[in-house]
Design a protein around this ligand. Structure first.
Ligand SMILES: [Zn+2]
Length: 275
């Protein structure tokens, strides 16, 4: 679980000049790690970023949720790792529950029952190898892991199973002017900070206007039905991105990863009592 320096030399046939440079493998990221480095170590905590592949208004990429989950987890894991936490980030699951968006082109749906199967297989490996602390880091509102973790907790009683939704970590009203929940000011700002090369010019940004069912109990948040996406929004967005800026995204990202990094560290170090 150490940072490994990898040195690369480029020699020219002339023998006169050569370049030598190095980069650091991030050993808390499984996809960058290797058997040589990992075989004698055992992390305390495994983190699984989980996103979705779906349209985000006209202007953000289909991979928005995956980029958000991955970048937040990588930065937060680095913070915890540098404080001495032993943790490993598993590869991101790129598909989420999109059952309400079947008629939006190439929105890929993974049913909750499929998610349960994936989780069972991943957790079985961790359980067998004694990596008992597990966290799903979720970036997609359609994913609901609580009932799945309840069921898996019965099957794997030695495992500590947990889930965090990144968009609930901070109060968005402290950072953004207009609230929303999909391709909104927050997500657009975040993507302008993380991957500005994948954000279309502002002239393409839709208004993200949501059409609601005219029944007050939905607004009181105790009556729920799944939204049929193409009926509630014309541009696939919910929440106006108009006032999004890179600066807002950067500030939100820094505060968010500091808090999440602290949570990762505490999850590794805290005595859970029954583990
Ligand atoms: Zn999103």
């Amino acid at each position: 679980m150490n940072d490994n320096a990898i040195f690369v030399q480029i020699k020219y046939f002339s023998g006169i000049k050569f370049f030598k440079f190095c980069f650091f493998m991030r050993s808390y990221i499984l996809a960058e790690n290797n058997w040589h480095n990992l075989k004698d170590s055992k992390p305390d905590l495994a983190i699984l970023p989980w996103g979705a592949t779906e349209a985000h208004n006209y202007h953000l990429p289909y991979s928005t949720d995956n980029i958000e989950a991955e970048e937040i987890v990588y930065r937060s894991a680095e913070i915890a790792f540098k404080r001495g936490a032993k943790l490993i980030v598993l590869p991101t699951i790129p598909f989420g529950v999109n059952t309400g968006q079947t008629d939006i082109l190439l929105n890929i749906n993974l049913n909750p029952s499929t998610q349960l199967s994936i989780l069972k297989d991943v957790i079985q490996v961790l359980d067998r190898q004694g990596i008992q602390r597990f966290l799903i880091f979720n970036s997609h509102g359609g994913n609901d892991f609580k009932p799945l973790l309840r069921e898996l907790g019965l099957q794997f009683p030695k495992m500590f199973l947990s889930v965090a939704d990144f968009y609930k970590v901070l109060d968005k009203r402290d950072y953004f002017d207009i609230d929303g929940d999909h391709a909104d000011e927050m997500e657009t700002s975040l993507m302008l900070h993380l991957r500005p090369d994948l954000v279309l010019d502002k002239k393409y940004w839709g208004k993200g206007k949501e059409k609601k069912i005219n029944l007050k109990y939905f607004d009181e948040n105790w009556l729920w039905t799944e939204r049929k996406w193409s009926k509630v929004t014309s541009d696939t967005g919910i929440g106006n991105p108009e006032f999004a800026t890179r600066e807002k995204g950067e500030k939100y990202f820094l505060d968010l990863t500091e808090k999440v990094g602290d949570m990762f560290y505490e999850l590794c170090k805290t005595d859970m009592g029954y583990l």
